[in-house]
Write a protein that binds this ligand. Structure first.
Ligand code: PEP
Ligand code: MG
Length: 538
């Protein structure tokens, strides 16, 4: 009898292909026996926290970039006495150490999970990670987590530290019943090229089965039929061929079949993204999402911290243009102590420049850091979520004011070009009314605001399509105004790195795109395979 194949569909969190046996990770219940002595319980918890700190710190020491940052965050959380306060309080009332710790952390995790915002929900995994690491130390079961290399992990969610303890060099993948594409573990998976699917719902018992995983499609098939497997293998080998070709053109200029040069820049979230990256792969940095610099620690970064980060980006680029976007907090990127809580629709609320103009105390610090970094390279500054000309005028006035103050104090500074993101349809439709030195189209938001389909809502994903004629018309309008007025127009939304969408962008008049560094090679290939002549009238 042929076993029926079982198809599972979730949200793509990290692209890539994998095939193998499933290893199910089931959350362990603690086996610790309470001592019945409050002082002893408190002592054991203190010791477990200390041991957990040690093990996370040693993982952090060996980690790099994003992983080091995330583990550093966990160390800081665990090092902060307030996290365990409620647990120690319960212990004085007779609770066992593990129960007290679990209850205290679960309450904290629940607040994160219940948040309206996906970003906060995603952070709950870090707290779960901390909770479980301490529990493991309390029950003495630490280091019991072993997964054979190449395994396909199926779990409810996966803690970043567990991800880091697995050897991914032999392949493998992650299937999560819950989870989120914006979680830390998803970022780590993308960075290590481990395929990952989230939101699969109940993953059926299939421990002994072979499963195939297509991370980009968000699909996994248990016990695949021969034809399903054959089409999977064909997609996988086409993807491998593409990866080889993409790597070969990465540092080459991007030119269409009919000889049109297209600028390809990179999007980054911080200086760490530039580690081991050759500046020759790009024509500059097209987008620095500075809000990630603001969300890193418990305090907002001061002028010096920001200045150093911006300066390093400019120096890395070796005179290529570096487009740093001013803070775009709010929407799906809340920052504690800065963005507003409880907005009914944060994507339509006080986000981006709207927030910066309300929080001049924070904005002026960023402006000064940018003005001081500007002499170290070719800086362009762009402002997110601009809707009406007065907003950009207000930002320009602040730049002039801060520049004059710095110069009056003899502090080295330079006025950068000041441009705007075009991501609000109202701004695209009235593009000629803005006093902008350049424009960068934020297609992620432009698509969601034009189609009224949230960028983070899977159920309306088919509507949130850049190929909608209304979106393409807006892009055409901005590109054509840029051309006629002699101002640069680039596009820095995810579409800029999407091989399927690049032809649509080129036909709409876009001649400069900015994409995640890992997509640059593929974007250049898509450009090289494109011909204006062949697609005329298409
Ligand atoms: C965009 O909206 O396309 C964009 C680049 O900005 P973000 O994705 O950071 O909102
Ligand atoms: Mg945006």
């Amino acid at each position: 009898m042929i076993m029926a194949e079982l198809r599972l569909a979730g949200r793509p969190a990290s692209p890539g292909f994998a095939e193998g046996a499933v290893v199910r990770i089931v959350e362990q219940k603690s086996t610790r026996i309470p001592t019945g002595d409050s002082q002893r319980e408190a002592h054991d918890l203190k010791q477990a926290i200390k041991d957990a700190l040690k093990s996370i710190s040693s993982l952090a020491d060996r980690a790099e970039g994003e992983a080091a940052e995330m583990l550093g965050f966990q160390v800081a959380m665990l090092d902060d006495d307030t996290l365990a306060e409620a647990a120690f309080e319960s212990i004085t009332h007779g609770e066992a150490a593990d129960q007290a710790w679990r209850k205290a952390l679960d309450a904290e995790i629940e607040t994160y999970r219940a948040a309206d915002d996906e970003y906060f929900r995603a952070r709950s995994a870090d707290l779960e990670d901390i909770r479980d690491t301490v529990l493991d130390h309390l029950s003495g079961s630490h280091a019991a987590f072993t997964v054979p290399p190449g395994a396909i992990i199926a779990a409810r969610d996966l803690a970043p530290s567990r991800f880091l303890s697995v050897d991914w060099s032999k392949g493998g993948a992650i299937l999560l019943a819950e989870g989120s594409p914006t979680s830390h573990v998803a970022m780590l998976a993308r960075a290590r090229r481990v395929p990952m699917i989230v939101g699969l719902g109940e993953i059926p018992e299939c421990a002994s089965s072979i499963i195939i995983v297509d991370g980009a499609l968000g699909q996994a098939v248990v016990s695949p039929h021969d034809d399903t497997r054959a089409s999977f293998l064909a997609r996988q080998s086409a993807d491998q061929e593409l990866a080889v070709k993409a790597a070969a053109v990465e540092t080459q200029p991007a030119v269409t079949k009919d000889g049109m040069s297209i600028a390809v820049m990179i999007n980054i979230a911080g200086v760490d993204d530039l580690a081991r990256l050759d500046p020759k792969i790009c024509d500059g940095i097209g987008l620095v999402r500075t809000e990630f610099l603001f969300g890193e620690g418990p305090l907002l970064p001061d002028e010096e911290t920001q200045y150093k980060a911006y300066r390093r980006m400019l120096e890395w680029a070796e005179a290529r243009p570096v487009t740093i976007r001013t803070l775009d907090a709010g929407g799906d990127k809340p920052i504690a102590g800065l963005t507003l809580d409880g907005e009914s629709n944060p994507f339509l609320g006080v986000r981006g420049v709207r927030l910066s103009l309300q929080r001049l105390d924070v904005f002026r610090v960023q402006i000064r850091a940018l003005l001081r970094a500007a002499p170290h390279g070719t800086l362009k500054v762009m402002v997110p979520m601009i809707t009406a000309p007065f907003e950009l005028d207000a930002v320009r006035a602040l730049f002039v004011e801060e520049y004059d103050t710095l110069r009056a104090k003899n502090i080295a500074a330079k006025m950068p070009l000041l441009g705007m993101m075009v991501e609000v349809p109202a701004a695209a439709l009235t593009v000629s009314t803005f006093d902008a030195d350049f424009f960068s189209i934020g297609s992620n938001d432009l698509v969601q605001y034009t189609t009224a389909a949230g960028r983070d809502i899977g159920a309306v994903a088919s509507l949130a399509d850049l190929r909608h004629p209304a979106v393409l018309k807006l892009i055409e309008l901005v590109a054509s105004y840029g051309h006629s007025s002699g101002r640069d127009v680039s596009l820095c939304g995810d579409a800029g790195g999407d091989s399927d969408l690049i032809p649509f962008l080129l036909r709409a008049g876009i001649r400069s795109v900015s994409a995640a560094p890992s997509l640059v090679g593929r974007a250049k290939l898509a450009i090289a395979n494109f011909s204006f002549e062949k697609t005329e009238g298409a």
